[in-house]
Design a protein around this ligand. Sequence first.
Ligand SMILES: [Zn+2]
Length: 270
Amino acid sequence: MNNQSNEQEINRKRKNNMSEIFCTHHENLRVEEEGEDKNDLTLRLMSFRPTTRPRKQSPERNQSNLPVGLPSFPPPPLPMSQSVSVEPVRGSLRKRRNPSKANNKDGNNEIIHPPFPWATNRRATIHTLDYLLTKKIITISGEVQCKRCERKYQMDFDLKEKFLEVGTYIAENKSAMHDRAPDIWMNPLLPTCQFCKQENNVKPVFSGDKNSINWLFLLLGRMLGCCTLDDLKYFCEHTKNHRTGAKDRVLYLTYLTLCKQLDPNGPFDR
Ligand SMILES: [Zn+2]
């Protein structure tokens, strides 16, 4: 490779540094998991990457916070080549079913007005990371309130940075969780109040309407444990997790399912 293209390469990497870290992280996970299956891996990673350039170590990449030696986890159910398969055109065009009635039997696919730009029109469902980045949605906001000074304000999370943290934690610890949320998820460390500076004291605000729970914000802040058991059961009910049980079980399912919604190819199979 000549110098000029090398330099372009580095510039592109600088620009997409976070994305690069994220993808690299994923790749590390997958390579450990799948070993020889690199072609398949490349296909799936393409959805995260703005270009299909060859991979190369970048000097400014800071991976010091990333774990090494992640535990194994089950492979994703479908490689991309299958999940994007196109159905052949059938003989006659039948009228589409009313979407609000689709699968109404178990109430999973009722159409709602998306409560946030990062939420879809299906209950308890968020868009994929890929979609959000394409739409330039890189900051996820939510309303919080301090338990001491009672000020309410908006808190922002960097989507990629926070998802990387959550995803890394899961990849590292999932095998030891045994389908139950760990204590740190059950009793999350809350943010410090930006006004009175009280530590561990800012809680997310819930409107009371389960349709407008800010699932992605709660995931990124690792504050899903602030949901009631009822909220979490609502989430599981509408995401085909028909399992009920103690809070640590439904909380675990909620974390894994939300991560899977964000990153369908990530290490988040339950
Ligand atoms: Zn405060």
